[in-house]
Write a protein that binds this ligand. Sequence first.
Ligand code: CP
Length: 309
Amino acid sequence: MPRKDLLDIHSLQTEEIIALLDQAAPFKEIFTRSVKKVPALKGKGVLMLFYEPSTRTHSSFEVAAKRLSADVTNFDVPSSSITKGESVRETIETLQAMRTDYIIVRHGRSGLPAAIAKMTNASVINAGDGAHAHPTQALLDAFTLREIHPDLGGKRILIIGDILHSRVARSTTEIFQRLGAEVAWLAPGSLLPAYPPEGVTCYTDYDTAMNRKPCAIYLLRVQMERQDVQYFPSLREYHRVYGVTEERLKRIADAGIHIMHPGPVNRGVELCDAVMDYPLSLINQQVENGIAVRMSVLYSLKPGNHVSA
Ligand code: CP
């Protein structure tokens, strides 16, 4: 039975993950045509409901929906009745009455997209909830690395940075593991969760983690806005101990290691400027592939079928 919602990676069968990734490839091929549009979702309504800021995810979903010929409505939270105290339930009931087919939600509260999915017949896609999940980021990350390594079985990936506050770390770790990769985390001890997922090795020392010889390192943004206390002495110190400095970039280049980052990047913190021109950086490919992967997700979900992911 087709799936109604996409709420996290955990709920997907591995075969579903592979099918979503495989299906994204022909959508990417559409980008090379002069007419970058197909009629797959003609007449369908897609509503963007972002309670938190976003550049990449928001614009990527909007482009993806439009390339599938859907009608896109941007719900402007700051100018809505939410600012007058309207509850999420009231908002969703109002939007449900407008018979939208897909609702794409970002919210600071973990689990809110799952709660919304139970309130509506529309397909709900989690565009990032708190520190819980960011499934389409994980799918686009897997798609991007599979373009380099079609079989991720046994590949080693090192995720570096603010793991504690990162929904990306959780979802991306899970998808890479499900595709057979070995994932490790590197961060200051204060930014590592007490209970990492099974199979994830945690490091606090850069050189020890890099001795594992990863095929790719995945840098995470230090999320200062979610840090209520000081987790490390200073951003300068963080860059010195955990950042990709110019000196480290030379060694990364010599070893042929790819660099990934979900964006937005903090230059001078998790990476130096030179990373943006590094030939094995996949950061721009991640953004481009995000559109194809989100087209694949929108195309696969079936509104009105109550099989919630
Ligand atoms: N990767 C990501 O979620 O970026 P945005 O916050 O810009 O959407």
